[in-house]
Design a protein around this ligand. Structure first.
Ligand SMILES: [Zn+2]
Length: 368
């Protein structure tokens, strides 16, 4: 029907007019429905409403103007309706909305699964740390934290490592550079243990104290399978009147049973730490072989896990400078500490400490 001429009407009665006009209306409607692009829409507009060759123009010339006077009104009414229809179709087809083809190209399949955000999970270090802390929290201990960049005083001197004392050499320390003009006790270093928080807590709070201190510590250790320059500790401190070594043994025995299972046994060996006197190393019966002896416990049946002891009176003397209630003649206490990596590696069968810090998702996903 492209560019076909509008035929002259043979008659102008109502039936002939209805037939002729409705044929044009149907043609326009079906052409409008087939429009798929802006070019199609423009062609449609020109074909029907163009000033020279537009079909409406032809209809007006051949039907309306040629109509006998008595039929002018009937033709005019129908022409007006056809013109309104064409104008509406032109408006709809040329509006700025996207065409079907564009819509199809941009369609989103809402039945496809969306982009999932992975839920976070605890790192094995964090999980082990929280589990140990919760054992002591159940015993009434609160949690203390402190700075990782610490002064020599809190990290060493107040913990009874006097300047020049050989015990300092056992903790290869990372110190902040260019502090030679400061007094030694004010010089900054990366804390080598969480013990400074013991002193910071006692300075703020008179006895009784029951606190566990989880945290990151730093030593200038070369990386190997079991050593890392960064690792984590949980320390504990209990100070009150009449605290004895029996309280220490009972507390740690209970804690190890709560953490590793009620069949675990503990035993204590004399040791040395500057900030406790007497001091002890704590072993637990091997959690892998139950004490019979295996490769993990080097066939001894026991695994060394903790250091502990009764707080040295010299440490209380430093605390008493700010809190006189820490009088070693009136109060006593115990402290203990353990390395988190060692416990996590044992619990989860990890052979390289570096895997805990490498951030490799293939490793970490195993603990989700
Ligand atoms: Zn064993």
């Amino acid at each position: 029907m492209e560019n076909d001429a509008i035929p002259h009407l043979p008659e102008f009665n109502d039936a002939a007019l209805d037939k002729a006009f409705s044929a044009l209306a149907q043609q326009a409607t079906s052409e409008a429905a087939a429009i798929a692009s802006a070019e199609d829409a423009e062609a449609f507009r020109l074909r029907w409403t163009g000033r020279k060759q537009g079909r409406l123009n032809d209809v007006s010339a051949r039907w309306l103007k040629a109509a006998p006077p008595e039929a002018k009104k009937a033709v005019g009414e129908r022409f007006k309706m056809l013109k309104d229809l064409i104008e509406r179709l032109v408006d709809e087809s040329s509006s700025s909305g996207p065409t079907d083809a564009v819509l199809a190209a941009e369609a989103i399949d809402i039945t496809l699964p969306g982009t999932r955000r992975l839920l976070g999970a605890e790192h094995p270090i964090t999980r082990t740390l929280n589990e140990i802390v919760s054992v002591f929290a159940a015993l009434g201990y609160s949690v203390g934290v402190g700075p990782e960049v610490e002064t020599d005083f809190y990290n060493f001197e107040s913990m009874n490592f006097p300047p020049g004392h050989p015990a300092r050499d056992t903790q290869d320390t990372l110190v902040v550079a260019s502090q030679e003009r400061r007094p030694q006790r004010d010089r900054l270093l990366l804390r080598t243990h969480t013990s400074p928080v013991q002193m910071r807590t006692m300075e703020l709070q008179p006895p009784p104290v029951r606190i566990v201190i989880p945290g990151k510590v730093h030593r200038n250790d070369a990386m190997d399978a079991t050593h890392s320059p960064i690792f984590h500790q949980v320390e504990g401190l209990c100070v009150d009147t009449n605290i004895t070594f029996s309280d220490l043994k009972g507390t740690l025995d209970h804690a190890m049973k709560a953490f590793f299972g009620s069949s675990v046994k503990t035993r204590f060996f004399p040791s040395f730490f500057p900030f406790t006197e007497p001091s002890a190393d704590v072993q637990i019966s091997c959690i892998f072989c139950g004490g019979k002896g295996c490769r993990k416990c080097k066939h001894s049946g026991w695994i060394e896990l903790l250091g502990c002891g009764m707080v040295d009176p010299a440490v209380f003397a430093f605390a008493a400078e700010k809190q006189p209630a820490y009088d070693p003649k009136k109060i006593s206490g115990f402290a203990f500490g353990m390395g988190i990596e060692r416990i996590a590696m044992m619990k989860y069968g990890i052979s390289e400490i570096g895997q805990l810090f490498a951030g490799d998702m293939r490793f970490l996903n195993q603990f989700v």
